[in-house]
Design a protein around this ligand. Structure first.
Ligand SMILES: NC(=O)c1ccc[n+]([C@@H]2O[C@H](COP(=O)([O-])OP(=O)(O)OC[C@H]3O[C@@H](n4cnc5c(N)ncnc54)[C@H](OP(=O)(O)O)[C@@H]3O)[C@@H](O)[C@H]2O)c1
Length: 487
């Protein structure tokens, strides 16, 4: 239990994110004793409703979406500290009433203690809300911290991200701004650095002498649901690559941070992001594949002539001594055949492999024989290592086999979900698992460049069938290099 007094305000407390992720996470934190001793949750929306009605709506969501079973008694203790406040956040005049509500939540004291503002809102509200909090002196207090949690997307491109950053840094100091990339709260992402740097068998091989290529996949089986308007303006690159995929790549490829403090980790990620480029000296269609699933244009909120990509595959290079020459393949998309996020490290096949074949034996196709280290980020977290053995009862046929570490099977505990960890970190003031502004800025400049090159070349938008692995062109991208996606 955290020994601090804290009010958490969810601006957008009636929305999808609050119902499906934030409130279930807060309920789980309550069950596991992770909430501060004195805690209140204030959800906001535009409609009027009573605290009782709001508590009831959240109870339904906690029941439906929490990974823990619903315990009526424990919920009631939490629900007693949940409140609702109606406010139109665009309208500056409503914030004084909000101030009074906050005071009322701390009876008998002259301060509200610490306040965590969670912006679970459409991105166009991030700036006005930050500005209005400042105008109404809700952005800082001598009596406790005021922290701002911002959901992605942080901007639409480099220019808009910089504009947004200017506005929010006028209202909150950098140390009080927490930019969320919820993938950083996922267990396996935190595990990458441990796997790399706390096992001496991997780090010596973690370079272009031994690694053939890196593949990162984040595929979703869902389409765009009710978020057509947002997604049509965004697309796979802005929605996934700029944030989650670049963060996965950064952690996979960074140099060892000098220390484990947030600054050292952020600096190393930034240094790595600065070296990412599209693969040089090859035609655009060999390094960028954008796709759109059939019928996307008929989705609610999507323009009938939309050119937004719902799938993106990229071939990149990391231009530093460790990685030069190792292709990095990224792919992500909606409405695909499998829901998975994973990182595959493909090692080189030894050049003298034939001399180790026993007389009279056969070699499986050598393209089947690279060692593969797969980090499974979701849905089932784990690590799989593929290596080669002599097939039993043969003269010496060499076949690949797997060692499979399944994290939830090995540790029979409920590992906290990403939002639980991130909310706990924000309350504790630990920014390690949040994205630094410089990283966001750098990631946007890479994405802007990719769009520029794609548009300049007038490259093609491929169609693909929902439920497939995406466009054939993404498969061809690797077969042209005598490689394949490891499914
Ligand atoms: N949903 C997810 O799984 C998810 C995942 C990652 C990131 N995000 C990001 O999280 C943010 C929220 O997404 P969401 O899916 O929760 O959106 P949503 O379901 O549309 O919810 C939007 C929320 O904003 C409130 N709102 C809208 N205009 C307002 C105004 N003028 N004044 C006060 N409140 C206002 C709405 O309240 P009322 O309508 O009740 O007034 C509602 O609570 C977005 O930036 C999204 O990109 C969402």
């Amino acid at each position: 239990m955290i020994n601090e007094k804290c009010i958490m305000i969810i601006f957008g407390g009636t929305g999808d994110l609050a119902h499906r992720k934030l409130v279930p996470a807060i309920y789980n934190m309550h069950l596991s004793g992770q909430l501060p001793e004195s805690f209140a949750l204030l959800g906001t929306g535009r409609k009027q409703k009573s605290h009782k009605q709001y508590r009831h709506e959240l109870a339904v969501s906690a029941k439906k979406y929490s990974s823990q079973s619903f315990k009526e008694k424990q919920w009631e203790t939490l629900a007693g500290n949940i409140y609702y406040h109606d406010i139109d956040l665009q309208d500056n005049t409503g914030y004084q009433r909000l101030k009074e509500t906050l005071k009322a939540l701390s009876p008998g004291t002259n301060s509200e203690g610490n306040i965590l503002y969670y912006l679970a809102l459409a991105p166009q509200l991030f700036s006005p809300v930050s500005t209005n909090l400042k105008r109404n002196k809700l952005n800082a207090s001598p009596y406790g911290w005021r922290r701002l949690l911002i959901e992605k997307p942080f901007g639409y491109n480099l220019a808009s991200a910089r504009e947004l950053n200017t506005v929010i840094t006028e209202a909150f100091s950098e140390e009080n701004i927490y930019r969320i990339d919820h993938y950083l709260g996922k267990e396996m992402l935190q595990n990458i650095l441990v796997l790399r740097f706390v096992n001496c068998i991997f780090e010596p091989l973690w370079n272009n002498n031994y690694i053939d290529n890196i593949q990162i996949t984040a595929s979703e089986t869902d389409g765009i649901g009710t978020r057509g308007r947002y997604y049509d303006l965004s697309g796979a690159m802005r929605d996934m690559v700029q944030s989650h995929l670049f963060q996965m790549l950064a952690l996979t490829a960074i140099e060892p941070p000098a220390q484990s403090d947030p600054h050292s980790v952020h600096m190393e990620k930034l240094n790595l992001l600065k070296t990412i480029q599209l693969w040089p000296d090859s035609p655009i269609e060999e390094k960028i594949v954008f796709g759109q699933y059939n019928n996307f244009r008929a989705e609610q909120g999507v323009s009938p002539d939309s050119k937004t990509e719902t799938f993106s595959a990229l071939k990149l290079t990391i231009d530093n001594d460790r990685w030069r020459g190792v292709p990095v393949y990224l792919r992500t998309g909606k409405n695909l055949g499998e829901k998975i996020a994973k990182i595959v490290i493909q090692f080189k096949v030894p050049s003298n492999i034939d001399s180790h074949i026993l007389p009279g034996s056969s070699l499986a196709d050598r393209s089947d024989l690279p060692n593969l280290l797969t980090l499974k980020v979701q849905p089932r977290e784990g690590v799989v290592f593929q290596f080669n053995i002599k097939k039993p009862a043969t003269m010496g046929e060499i076949v690949p086999v797997e060692m499979d570490f399944c994290q939830p099977c090995a540790f029979l505990i409920n590992t906290p979900e990403a939002y639980e960890r991130l909310l706990t970190d924000a309350i504790m003031g630990d920014k390690t698992r949040f994205t630094g502004w410089n990283e966001i800025e750098c990631a946007w400049s890479i994405v802007d460049n990719i769009y520029q090159e794609y548009n300049k070349a007038g490259a093609y938008l491929h169609q693909y069938e929902p439920g497939s692995n995406g466009p054939q062109a993404a498969i061809d991208m690797l077969s042209r290099d005598n490689r394949r996606w490891w499914e």
